[in-house]
Design a protein around this ligand. Structure first.
Ligand code: ADP
Ligand code: MG
Length: 728
């Protein structure tokens, strides 16, 4: 009988690098070729129309149907010249990933002749009737209408034969059913709040945007091996598999030479990304074998997030061509590093100032410190919520498992910045801030700029680290839509800045000079946000104890982390910032719980199947071989066989014990799953899966992995870690 695993391994070894044609032109000549950029619009849309459009986009004004109609004509012409026959509203449902419904450029003229058509209303709004997308009860079936509506702030692009139009996805009644809608709302909220605070320092600041630079980690696996692992196919991760003798202990993969097959994949991926205007820049091996990272240059957060989603689907498509599958799951393999998506986040004014970058003079530094402490204060208030924004059934495997996100959100500042804040905090109230005749100001922190330039003090254990001119939110999962985390971050900072300004204004109204008022509130923030600051080892047990004492959110159960969305403080914050209503928050939580339970239901079913169809049969076959041996030895050697068969007999009993345990646990798991499945309430269901089903899955895995070690290699049917992680 042919062993499926062996043929998969043989096939995998046969796969050679798939050569990629070089572009033969410089990057600027093809960068953004498939994007309907502002520049390109000029060739297709009348000047006056464009002026109106740009004014609407830049100043947040509504776009009328007539304007949309004029834009659509030019957009269609460009798209068709670039090979598009169809158009699609491209949106970001709460399932994760992106969704599209494709329509042809087709209509009839008055005489009934077929024409290529794409109207303003088709650009503007679609009704995908996507009634199967999760909505957490917002859309009742009798009004199961969801609308997608054009987001003109993110440019349309062509992929293959279709024009993709970035859209938001909302219910008939206006509630958000996606990630983009609240992300855009949060950008508006923070833009307003941050601009107001900037105006203390510079009256010329008109707007503030948020930047995001994501670092996408992922694993590659040969497609033949992937196909031989039903758990990878169905759940994106291995539900069993003993660690291989060599994993990442030599650190020889990290930043090592990229294997040829992988380089070919990356080259093609980058070519396609650049054509789509995604400024991909960095590629390297990651810590675990067969793990890699891709990062672009940062962009405005809404665009950056669209680009990240686009990259994730591009990766999957291009991986196929290279006989790979890309694993975006946060933890495809137990015991080796998982994959995250560090989100580098900062705020920038329309005048080009990075608000998280220390300034060149004390005045600019006061602005820097203002924004820094407000981010700290926001996280201090809502650390549990920020954790909720990144939790999922898949990312739960990373949290608290000695990987960059411990299950506690804290901020790393580094010793020097900490020292600077300490100085401000302890400065003499009167001497702390000296304003001389030239309106120059001394803060007692005049040396901030030099300090931060050599801020090499990078703490890899921190989930939220200040890295010189930005914060790096490292707890975001590799498969996540960064929008969830970014909108929470924008919103909490917006709320905090609004409150900060109210306090400063109150002091000014009571006669305090502006700088002194700012200084006072900053000091208060520094004093009140000590709990969230932690520069030590985020993985240590001491930190867990300390964090609990400090009142930080230490919840480790994923379904319970989600509760933080519905804390009164969260609801008030989201409503105040106009980002999510209570109704929307409730529905989002329901979707999160449903998703959690559904993922675990699938995992536990797949595990049950694999155990019964692969593991136990292999173990029993090996048992049979051993039994045969014992019988034959007994037959030939009679009483003398006693010593010879001793080890075999022990092994037979060992296997029998594992088999019994696995069977018992699998039956118990099925019974518990049934109870969970029959639980109506999504939250209760998720909790049941977490509390009752997961422990059984873990216990089953232990026995299975033990068996893998002792069963004859030839009889084991599922590709092993040493094969999946090292064949490339
Ligand atoms: P790391 O050492 O963390 O790997 P990289 O140099 O690879 O850092 O940068 C990570 C990401 O951070 C990149 O996408 C980069 O463009 C982005 N980045 C740099 N500066 C900023 C900033 N001010 N705001 C947002 N993102 C930034
Ligand atoms: Mg980084």
């Amino acid at each position: 009988m042919e062993n499926f695993r062996f043929s998969a391994v043989a096939k995998a070894w046969e796969h050679k690098p798939v050569e990629v044609k070089p572009m033969n032109v410089s990057v600027p000549t093809f960068f953004g070729r498939q994007v309907f950029t502002r520049e390109r619009m000029r060739d297709y849309i009348a000047e006056q129309t464009l002026e109106q459009l740009f004014d609407a986009i830049d100043n947040n004004k509504p776009i009328g149907r007539e304007l949309a109609g004029s834009v659509a004509i030019g957009m269609k012409k460009w798209a068709m010249e670039n090979g598009a026959t169809h158009f699609t509203h491209w949106f970001q449902p709460l399932t994760g990933g992106t969704a599209e419904k494709q329509d042809a450029f087709l209509g009839f003229d008055r005489e009934g002749r077929a024409i290529e058509e794409f109207s303003g209303s088709e650009l503007y709004q679609q009704e995908p009737d996507a009634s199967s997308f999760p909505n957490g009860g917002i859309r009742n079936t009798f009004e199961a209408r969801g609308y997608s509506a054009w987001d003109p702030t993110s440019p349309a692009f062509v992929i293959e034969d279709r024009l993709c139009i970035p859209t938001i996805f909302v219910a008939y009644t206006g509630e958000a059913l996606d990630y983009k809608t609240p992300l855009i709302r949060s950008i508006d909220a923070l833009n307003k709040a941050a601009t107001d605070v900037c105006n203390y320092f510079d009256k010329n600041v008109r707007s503030v945007c948020m930047n995001l630079g994501w670092e996408q980690e992922y694993f590659l696996i040969d497609e033949a091996l992937y196909a031989a692992r039903p758990d990878l196919v169905m759940t994106g991760r291995t539900l069993m598999g003993h660690a291989s003798s060599k994993t990442q202990q030599l650190d020889d993969h990290y930043f090592g030479t990229i294997p040829e097959r992988v380089t070919c994949f990356m080259t093609e991926l980058e070519q396609e990304a650049l054509k789509l205007g995604i400024p991909v820049k960095t590629r390297h091996n990651e810590v675990a074998p067969n793990q890699f990272e891709l990062a672009p240059i940062f962009e405005e957060v809404n665009l950056a997030n669209d680009h990240n989603l686009l990259i994730m689907s591009l990766m999957e498509k291009i991986a196929h061509k290279h006989h790979f599958r890309v694993l975006l799951h946060e933890k495809p393999y137990a015991g080796v590093n998982g994959s995250g998506k560090h989100c580098n986040w900062s705020m920038q004014t329309n005048t080009g100032v990075n608000l998280l970058s220390p300034g060149k003079n004390p005045y600019a530094n006061l602005q820097f410190v203002t924004f820094l402490v407000n981010v700290m204060a926001a996280l201090n208030r809502h650390n549990g919520l920020l954790k909720a924004s990144i939790i999922s059934a898949t990312n739960a495997h990373r949290l608290g498992a000695n990987e960059a996100p411990p299950a506690i959100i804290s901020i790393f500042l580094g010793t020097q910045l900490t020292q600077a804040l300490n100085e401000i905090e302890n400065a003499d109230e009167d001497k702390g801030i000296i304003i001389n005749a030239k309106k120059e100001m001394k803060l007692g922190v005049s040396h901030i700029p030099e300090i931060l330039l050599d801020n090499t003090d990078r703490n890899r254990t921190s989930p939220f680290a200040f890295t010189g001119n930005r914060f790096e939110f490292r707890a975001v999962g590799s498969s996540a839509n960064c929008g969830a985390a970014m909108l929470a971050l924008n919103a909490v900072v917006a709320e905090q800045l609004i409150d900060f300004k109210a306090e400063v204004d109150a002091l000014i109204a009571s006669g305090e000079a502006k700088e002194r008022a700012l200084f006072k509130v900053i000091r208060k923030c520094i004093r009140e946000t000590k709990a969230i600051r932690f520069d030590g080892n985020g993985y240590s047990d001491e930190w867990k104890a300390e964090a609990a004492k400090r009142g930080l959110d230490c919840e480790t159960s994923a379904p319970l982390m989600i509760d933080r969305y519905l804390d009164p403080a969260s609801v008030m914050m989201f409503e105040k910032a106009n980002v999510l209503t209570l109704q929307e928050l409730k529905s989002r939580c329901d979707v999160k719980w449903e998703n959690y339970a559904a993922k675990l239901q699938i995992e536990s079913r797949v595990l049950g199947d694999l155990v019964k169809n692969h593991v136990l049969p292999a173990a029993q076959r090996y048992q049979g071989v051993l039994l045969d041996n014992v019988l034959k030895l007994n037959k030939v050697f009679g009483d003398e066989a006693e010593a010879m068969t001793k080890e075999d007999k022990l092994m037979i009993t060992k296997i029998a014990r594992h088999n019994d345990e696995i069977l018992r646990l699998t039956d118990e798991m099925a019974a518990l799953r049934k109870v969970a499945n029959h639980t109506e309430d999504a939250r209760e269901r998720a909790i049941l899966f977490h509390d009752t089903v997961v422990p059984k899955m873990e216990a089953i895995r232990e026995h299975v992995d033990e068996l893998e070690l002792i069963v004859d290699d030839e009889l084991w049917t599922l590709p092993k870690y040493r094969e999946m992680l090292f064949i490339r």
